[in-house]
Design a protein around this ligand. Structure first.
Ligand SMILES: NC(=O)c1ccc[n+]([C@@H]2O[C@H](COP(=O)([O-])OP(=O)(O)OC[C@H]3O[C@@H](n4cnc5c(N)ncnc54)[C@H](OP(=O)(O)O)[C@@H]3O)[C@@H](O)[C@H]2O)c1
Length: 143
């Protein structure tokens, strides 16, 4: 339905063999948005001159001790570029982003699903859904 070439269920599948099957030539670009065990599995499959964008670490936010980061030696050997990403740096680009993406959404080429909770009083429930994964779609608390 969403048009991805492949997907892995991190809760039920062994990601290593699935990554090898879906990306047999390795990875040129890794948009890191979860952290957790899959991070190293992707990192060790990065191609030379690959890029890693570090945006989110949802698997780590509740841990008393964050997971150790990847070893730096492969960064040298593979000449990787790793850069942190935060949305506020790009607020000024929101209008041009919307101008580009809205036609795709209108044409049904990008599909969007929202899980909307009503009212500020549901914000705690919303935060818990964020960590249990029970939300079906982008989690929004409507004020
Ligand atoms: N850098 C920035 O400016 C910025 C801004 C906003 C968000 N973020 C980050 O972006 C990420 C996604 O945020 P969102 O607002 O899109 O959240 P979201 O809509 O709630 O989606 C969270 C996703 O992470 C998955 N997930 C949860 N725990 C995981 C784990 N241990 N391993 C693998 N996947 C896991 C969930 O899958 P299930 O539902 O199956 O558990 C769900 O698909 C978060 O890491 C967040 O901190 C960064």
């Amino acid at each position: 339905e969403l048009g991805f070439d492949g997907a892995i269920n991190y809760r039920t599948e062994d990601p290593g063999p699935q990554l090898d099957k879906l990306a047999p030539k390795g990875f040129d670009l890794f948009f890191e948005n979860t952290g957790g065990p899959i991070q190293n599995l992707i990192f060790e499959r990065m191609n030379a001159h690959g890029r890693v964008v570090v945006c989110g670490m949802i698997a780590d936010y509740n841990k008393a001790k964050p997971s150790p980061g990847p070893n730096w030696i492969p960064i040298i050997k593979k000449r990787l570029t790793i850069q942190g990403f935060t949305m506020p740096d790009h607020f000024a680009e929101v209008p041009s982003l919307l101008a580009k993406l809205t036609p795709y959404v209108m044409a049904g080429q990008i599909k969007h699903r929202a899980h909307v909770l009503e009212g500020l009083e549901s914000a705690i429930e919303g935060l818990n859904l964020f960590f249990t994964g029970e939300n079906k779609g982008k989690l929004i608390v409507k004020l």
